[in-house]
Design a protein around this ligand. Structure first.
Ligand SMILES: Nc1ncnc2c1ncn2[C@@H]1O[C@H](COP(=O)(O)OP(=O)(O)OP(=O)(O)O)[C@@H](O)[C@H]1O
Length: 589
């Protein structure tokens, strides 16, 4: 013999209050929703009939209870038995179990949320389908009573009365109820009154009109607490979605939760609902109403279905188009926005290919061609050659530029990772890090005659540069105005620093560092002397050996300063010595 499950109502109420709803405040929403759905259902059978909801808080009823009445379709005695007294039973699904489009409710549990604040629920109803009025009374222990009572109510519609639980009386009082009803139901398309005052407003806040921008700016400040950088009207007819997107004026943390204000069929879901926009749009907040999106059972977040995915894609496209348009039509505003958000955008672009493309299309980078986007740079140079160090870029850019090589500064936060990501997505030819030594390899050896002329001065230069662990190399390169370029091998540099620290520190520390560094044989730096430069050429003509030494040391220090690497005490001493001695000679003459 088959049996039906029994249900412990107290257990279910506990489940709802602790795990489904975030607060008892939702009881008002569920009551408004049922009233609204009943009015919609009545409109289906008696179009153009009355459409109102009236709330009487505890102060008005005078006995501590709250009453909410509606002019909806009402319930017959049979419906009360099947719909109200069976958990999960609802009139808002079709024969196949799909939620019916016109209604807000769908799960058949909403009324139970009233037990979060009430010990007893009383319902009196008269159905538009005819039959006597009916009374239904249920208590939190799970017992209910149904009585047909012709005198209970004359008009078609329903009144629900809540008898408060101990300690929940405040939930039924005027100020609390008015605030909650306004928050959840302000945009409902029927008159909702509390006492004598009307809570609903007929127009959606983002309806277009002459003062759209001013209204929406004030709305954003009220709702999200910031003055928007830009307001974008949103309209996706296929998803029954309208609203507005507000671009935040200040940097937001990319990991911060998205918090959108979302209404479904004009009933508020919440003001910190996630998932409406793609992750990359973390600096935009939306306020929207949709008739196609679905809520989860708690009605506090959005159900992740295909409709949501399609809407998210479409809203993402709206924002992207706007960003690209802004970059083209108002570059100064775009730059101001970028200055605030580009760090966050770059960090998200590392994990989001859509934003990667947007960054590629939109963010300007410092390059030897000026400030250009990655896309423009790629169009000109195919492969993005980059340095991952700002100072290295400053040093190499003039040389690269003079040789017609495009170089990009990827020395700021996330830049080098972005280059790596582009290579992962677009193949190994997309980007490549340029080492200083690589640039050196592209430079021509000087003419043998010139090299022979410079031989003795090079020998002298090498003696001076030995003190700086540096090798002198002659090369021909542009720009002619640059006498020397200092190229550093990062690994050898580290070994050199390690050796220096080792010689100054205690033996244990020195041994530890020594294990990290391999023995070094040749110099860690190269001073590439530009044989096209007049100063370098004149070196060979100098008869005064001391002056020649001073000149070489000055060239070295100058190249070091150009490379913007930190100066060590030895370097500062060389700078002072060469500069002061040269000055002294010049003054004495
Ligand atoms: N004010 C009302 N007027 C007419 N019928 C009502 C009213 N309140 C509740 N009902 C009926 O009781 C049923 C159960 O209501 P309940 O609020 O528990 O669930 P629901 O609204 O169907 O779904 P959800 O759990 O998503 O809110 C409804 O489907 C509706 O048929």
């Amino acid at each position: 013999m088959s049996r039906s499950f029994g249900v412990d109502l107290r257990g279910i109420i506990e489940l709802l209050s602790q795990h489904l709803y975030s607060s008892p405040r939702v009881y008002i929403r569920e009551l408004l929703q049922n009233a609204m759905d009943a009015i919609t259902a009545r409109d289906g059978v008696q179009p153009g009939g009355p459409a109102w909801i009236a709330i009487e808080p505890a102060e008005r009823t005078g006995d501590g209870t709250l009453r909410i009445s509606d002019s909806g379709v009402g319930l017959t005695e049979d419906e009360v038995h099947t719909l109200l007294s069976t958990l999960g039973r609802t009139s808002k699904r079709d024969e196949l179990g799909f939620a019916r489009q016109d209604f807000l409710g769908q799960f058949g549990v909403g009324l139970l949320s009233c037990f979060l604040v009430a010990d007893e629920i009383r319902l009196v109803s008269r159905s538009a389908k005819g039959g006597p009025a009916v009374r239904w009374t249920a208590d939190a222990s799970g017992t209910y009573e149904v009585v047909a009572d012709e005198s209970a109510r004359a008009q078609v519609g329903t009144t629900v009365t809540l008898v408060p639980r101990k300690d929940a009386e405040h939930w039924l009082q005027h100020d609390m109820v008015a605030a909650l009803a306004r928050e959840f139901g302000e945009l409902l398309p029927v008159d909702v009154r509390i006492g004598d005052s009307l809570l609903t407003q007929p127009a959606l806040p983002w309806e277009r009109g002459t003062d759209f921008t001013e209204r929406m700016t004030a709305y954003c400040e009220r709702t999200f607490g910031f003055r928007p950088f830009e307001i974008l009207p949103l309209d996706i007819p296929a998803a029954g979605l309208t609203g507005a997107a507000f671009v935040m004026p200040d940097a937001a943390h990319p990991g911060a939760r998205q918090a959108h204000r979302i209404y479904l069929k004009r009933m508020l879901v919440g003001d910190s609902v996630e998932g409406l926009l793609p992750d990359w749009a973390y600096f935009v907040r939306c306020a929207v109403n949709s008739s196609a999106l679905r809520p989860t059972a708690s009605r506090e977040s959005l159900y992740q279905d295909e409709t949501l995915l399609a809407i998210r894609d479409e809203l993402g496209t709206v924002l992207k188009d706007w960003l690209v348009r802004l970059g083209a039509t108002e570059p100064e505003r775009a730059a101001a926005l970028l200055a605030k958000h580009q760090l966050g955008m770059k960090s998200v672009a590392l994990v989001d290919d859509e934003l990667l493309r947007l960054v590629e299309h939109w963010l300007p980078f410092e390059t030897t061609d000026g400030n250009v986007t990655l896309r423009q740079f790629r169009r000109r140079h195919n492969t993005i050659l980059f340095t991952s160090d700002v100072d290295e870029f400053r040093q190499l850019a003039p040389v690269a530029q003079a040789q017609g090589l495009g170089l990009l500064n990827a020395g700021y936060a996330y830049d080098a990772e972005l280059m790596r990501r582009l290579t992962e997505v677009d193949g190994s030819a997309a980007t490549r890090r340029v080492m200083p030594s690589e640039l050196f390899a592209t430079m021509d050896r000087p003419d043998p005659v010139v090299e022979a002329q410079l031989r003795s001065s090079l020998k002298l230069a090498q003696e001076v540069l030995d003190r700086h662990d540096c090798e002198a190399v002659p090369r021909e390169f542009d720009p002619v105005s640059l006498p020397a370029l200092l190229i550093t091998d990062a690994d050898r540099e580290r070994q050199r620093d390690t050796a220096e620290i080792g010689s100054q520190s205690d033996p244990l520390w020195a041994e530890l560092l020594g294990q990290l560094a391999e023995p070094t044989s040749s110099a860690s730096q190269q001073l590439v002397l530009n044989t096209r430069n007049p100063l370098v050429q004149r070196l060979s003509e100098l008869g005064d050996k001391t002056l020649a030494e001073l000149t070489v040391e000055s060239l070295y220090v100058h190249a070091l300063l150009q490379s913007r690497r930190p100066m060590r005490p030895k370097d500062t001493a060389a700078l002072n010595r060469s500069f002061l001695d040269l000055l002294d000679r010049a003054v004495r003459r």
